[in-house]
Design a protein around this ligand. Structure first.
Ligand code: GLU
Length: 506
């Protein structure tokens, strides 16, 4: 297959927020497409109207945008195989289901939901399949004329695949190698529903075929569906065009026991969704990595190495680098444990590596949300450079930098009051005078004269440096205190020392 024919797809159902496993599926599709100069398609699989959730499609599209993983073809940008929303393709699936019925690979089933419910009650582990289908109301069991009557009368019915008996089907998974299934273990899945909508099983095969998908990557949880899909590819006469499949390893809970779920996130206190998701029906908010303060570059990077590596110790990758280096044969079969501390490490590394200009808009947005307006962009850039090594999350910029733009309202009095003395009050009054007289507002010079004053008055450096910091910052943190003073400027530094002195001696 020549490179320029590679076509991959991400095919989410719009049923809720996007789990980080889903974003990793997007990422691997995207990277594979980029590596092979191929096309990345976004197809919305919304044929299950009962599970449809308002706003989910838009949310998914926005997540992809935030991560910088934009599709080449989608319901938004269109493309040669439009429409890309399966509900809008409803009319085209029936013909394939009917073809399967004519071939004897599928059949009409007229059982009502109530009848099926009864079967489930009567028979433990009931499956609609070879064991029971002969006793049920379907076109395999009923006489032909009755089936015709039912169809002519417009009786609601579904079309089910007829799973063959005693067959072994297999395919070659790009990650797992040869995978085999016994057809006897699989039930007769519904292909076309009573409302005329295809199920996932039929729609995914028809659309992968019609959209000329060459490689289909999806989560491991879809592996049990593969035998149904394989048979459909075969029965519809398309086997030669079947995409190469790769079932991606699960993302596991931090302890390695089972798939990481939404509930694990709230239990352990970290997000599992890409962005905040509010369920329109319940109003429930599920937190996302974006709002917690992750950079998209870091998020993409940490997902890339959950189950993939380039064969070296390298951990930090740009999207560009990943697009060149990614290959399916370095994706592991085993599930990858999610480690939130490591995820934060990636973010801290990305904040360190980003320029102040790159971070500026994020920081401004965080400040604005907290009511701090920054009018001087040049100062903001300097401040970002001063503190970015101390920030793990973008939201840390608020604690680490907001004091540059707003005087502290509260002070860490416990850090200063127990050791406060009248002599210190005196010292800082003198320091204020000294600051007022300082001509050259430079960090090194300020430090030299402050230290000289301390020596002259008989103080140790440590006795006065911490209170000075708390005066400017409010707490015991931040970069070099004289760098802070320089950033604040002479007037503001003096104002803060005076204001704090009042609070310390109150
Ligand atoms: N609609 C399926 C999902 O929600 C797609 C699975 C596949 O890629 O085949 O994940």
């Amino acid at each position: 297959m020549s490179d320029n024919k590679v076509r991959v797809r991400f095919a989410p159902s719009p049923t809720g927020g996007l789990h980080l496993g889903g974003v990793r599926t997007v990422l691997f599709n995207y990277l594979f497409a980029k590596k092979h100069n191929g096309t990345f398609v976004l197809r919305i699989e919304d044929t299950d109207q009962n599970r449809y959730v308002e706003g989910a499609e838009e949310y998914i599209i926005n997540c992809l945008k935030w991560c910088g993983l934009n599709p080449d073809e989608s319901p938004v940008v269109g493309g040669p195989f439009a429409p890309y929303r399966q509900s809008e393709r409803k009319a085209l699936y029936r013909e394939y289901a009917e073809k399967l019925v004519r071939q004897g690979h599928a059949y009409y089933a007229f059982d009502t939901p109530e009848e099926l419910e009864q079967q489930r009650k009567d028979i433990p582990n009931f499956q609609y399949g070879m064991a029971y289908r002969d006793g049920l109301r379907n076109s395999l069991a009923l006489p032909e004329h009755e089936v015709e009557q039912l169809l002519n009368a417009g009786t609601p019915h579904v079309i089910r695949i007829k799973m063959p008996e005693d067959e072994t089907v297999h395919f070659n998974d790009m990650i797992r190698g040869d995978v085999t299934f016994e057809t006897n273990t699989v039930d007769d899945k519904v292909l076309l529903k009573a409302d005329g909508m295809p199920t996932y099983h039929l729609a995914v095969v028809v659309d992968d075929y019609l959209m000329q998908i060459t490689h289909a990557f999806r989560g491991e949880e879809w592996l049990p569906s593969a035998p149904v899909h394989l048979l459909l590819w075969e029965y519809l006469g398309w086997k030669a065009n079947m995409p190469q499949w790769a079932h991606l390893p699960l993302i596991l809970k931090p302890d390695g026991h089972g798939k990481l779920s939404k509930r694990d996130g709230s239990r352990l206190g970290f997000p599992v969704y890409a962005m905040n998701w509010t369920d329109a029906k319940t109003g429930e908010l599920t937190p996302g990595f974006r709002e917690l303060g992750f950079l998209p570059e870091a998020f993409v990077n940490l997902l890339a190495v959950l189950g993939w590596n380039d064969g070296t110790d390298q951990e930090i990758f740009t999207l560009e680098e990943l697009s060149q280096k990614f290959s399916m044969d370095r994706v592991s079969k085993a599930g990858a444990k999610f480690d939130f501390e490591k995820a934060k490490w990636f973010n801290a590394e990305w904040i360190k590596r980003s320029s102040a200009e790159d971070l500026q808009d994020y920081v401004k947005a965080i400040f604005t949300a907290k009511g701090i307006t920054v009018s001087d962009d040049a100062s903001l850039l300097k401040v970002i450079d001063l503190v970015k090594d101390r920030c793990v999350l973008l939201t840390d910029f608020y604690d680490q930098a907001s004091y540059f733009f707003a005087q502290p309202e509260n002070y860490d009095l416990n850090a200063v009051k127990p050791k406060w003395t009248d002599a210190k009050t005196e010292l800082f009054h003198t320091f204020v005078t000294q600051l007022q007289e300082t001509q050259n507002w430079d960090a090194a010079e300020l430090e030299t004269s402050f230290k000289a004053l301390l020596t002259e008055k008989g103080f140790k450096i440590g006795d006065a440096m911490l209170p000075f910091r708390v005066m400017l910052v409010g707490g015991k943190f931040g970069p070099h205190v004289f760098d802070i003073a320089v950033m604040l400027g002479k007037e503001e530094t003096i104002a803060r020392v005076k204001k704090a002195l009042a609070a310390f001696t109150a």
